[in-house]
Design a protein around this ligand. Structure first.
Ligand code: HEC
Ligand code: HEC
Length: 236
């Protein structure tokens, strides 16, 4: 039986389909339009900040900030992560009650169906802080000799490995877990963002826990290349 209520719903549904069909014509792509509604619907904003003016802080939110996701992440990685979440912070996010013991209590990240993951990822890539270099496509790889040198910088001189996992020469995961894993950084992060993060982490995170390094431009550029060379396909 058709009740007035279900008729209204039916009409709303039709309107939604019509609007969805219009979406690709609007500036910013599909995610830019449908994204915010889906973020609310899925409750992503219960854990993540989508604006620096959010009432929560990075020290109170349950997940990392996403208002510069468009500077930081590669869209392909976002789609994959949102559809089949991978663990980046093995010790959990800093606000996880188990963080200090390295035994996170949070359940696995919510997973979205592929079409929703695409919409969400498309929207996230529109969230940008102004004035950050556009993500460079593929950067020149490090030569073998240079790679060995930068590895020493990363592991010994600056002790980055104390807090970050990377892939060692044997193709195995190696390093600490108090910072985010860099094992798949080459698929996950953009060169422009990593370079800016190394120069000026406070731009993104006022009270970060990573030590500030005074890196000259040449060293920073080499570290960026090293980090971006890490891809999970290289694991053995
Ligand atoms: C219950 C809290 C919670 C909810 C709800 C949640 N997230 Fe997360 N999210 C987290 C935590 C915690 C992490 C860090 C996971 C890790 O590092 O392994 C994370 C990581 C992420 C990342 C990667 C960020 C980074 O810096 O590594 C993205 C992107 C993301 N979430 C998007 C979303 C979207 C989109 C939604 C809604 C569909 C969502 N999240 C819902 C808690 C949440
Ligand atoms: C004392 C631990 C520590 C050391 C040493 C350290 N980091 Fe970090 N790093 C962190 C933490 C923690 C974060 C996450 C942001 C935060 O909470 O400050 C981070 C974030 C990062 C990120 C961004 C990752 C993401 O997904 O957000 C990169 C890239 C990075 N560090 C590279 C480096 C490099 C390169 C070095 C060495 C020059 C280094 N780190 C040394 C703790 C450290």
């Amino acid at each position: 039986m058709i009740t007035p209520k279900s008729t209204t719903r039916g009409l709303a549904g039709t309107a939604k389909i019509l609007l969805l069909a219009l979406v690709p014509c609007l500036a910013g792509g599909p995610g830019a339009w449908a994204g915010p509604a889906l973020i609310k619907e899925k409750g992503c904003d219960a854990c993540h900040r989508f604006s620096p003016r959010d009432a929560a802080t990075p020290e109170s939110a349950r997940g990392p900030d996403l208002f510069y996701a468009g500077n930081k992440f590669r869209e392909k990685w976002l789609v994959e992560f949102l559809h089949k979440p991978a663990v980046v912070r093995k010790a959990g996010y800093i606000t996880d009650p188990g963080f200090l013991e390295g035994k996170p209590e949070a359940p696995p990240h919510v997973a979205a169906p592929l079409d929703e993951a695409k919409t969400l990822a498309g929207y996230l890539t529109t969230l940008k802080l102004p004035g950050i270099e556009e993500p460079a496509g593929d950067i020149d790889p490090l030569s073998k000799g240079n790679r060995a040198k930068v590895k020493i910088l990363f592991e010994r001189n600056y002790g980055c490995s104390a807090c970050h996992e990377t892939i060692n020469l044997a193709g195995k995961i190696h390093g600490g877990v108090s910072g985010p894993s860099l094992v798949d950084a080459g698929n996950r992060l953009t060169a422009g963002w990593v370079s800016r993060w190394l120069k000026d982490p406070k731009l993104f995170l006022e009270k970060g826990r990573m030590p500030a390094f005074k890196l000259d431009d040449e060293t920073a550029a080499q570290l960026v290349k090293y980090i971006l060379s890490m891809k999970k396909e290289n694991l053995k």
